[in-house]
Design a protein around this ligand. Structure first.
Ligand code: THU
Length: 129
């Protein structure tokens, strides 16, 4: 299984576990760190809507908790016909742990995959203060 296929499999499985009773929009995300480890997460909603978290945040948290800080590839899967477009906050979250080489894949339930780099998704990002 190649990396992207593996990431797709992990992200779709995570999406099946998504807790999304309010939006009914299941999202799964899987990461391959530059150290070669795989992580995944799903969206977790809340009755107090702003408290909900995105799938990318869960996957990144799992990566950080295991001691990795650099993303080689991340895949974001939505259980929808349309390819998901990661939210602005998640673009910023990914940017924190991305390099110019990081592959950011988005995927839908037909298995269509489109790949971006972080500059395409978050141009002119805030980087110094
Ligand atoms: N969602 C994600 O998990 N990632 C994104 O990049 C966009 C949106 C989730 C949040 C919410 O639970 C649902 O999708 C609908 O917005």
């Amino acid at each position: 299984m190649n990396n992207t296929t593996n990431l797709f499999s992990l992200a779709t499985k995570a999406a099946q576990k998504a807790y999304c009773p309010y939006s009914k929009f299941a999202v799964g995300s899987a990461i391959l760190s530059t150290n070669g480890n795989f992580y995944f997460g799903c969206n977790v909603e809340n009755i107090s809507y702003p408290v909900g978290t995105c799938a990318e945040a869960g996957a990144i948290s799992a990566m950080i908790a295991n001691g990795d800080t650099s993303i080689a590839e991340i895949l974001i899967y939505a259980d929808s016909q349309e390819l998901i477009s990661p939210c602005g906050a998640c673009r910023q979250r990914i940017a924190e742990f991305a390099t110019p080489q990081t592959l950011i894949h988005v995927a839908n339930k037909q298995g269509t995959i489109k790949t971006y780099n972080i500059t395409e998704l978050l141009p002119h990002s805030f980087s110094e203060f």
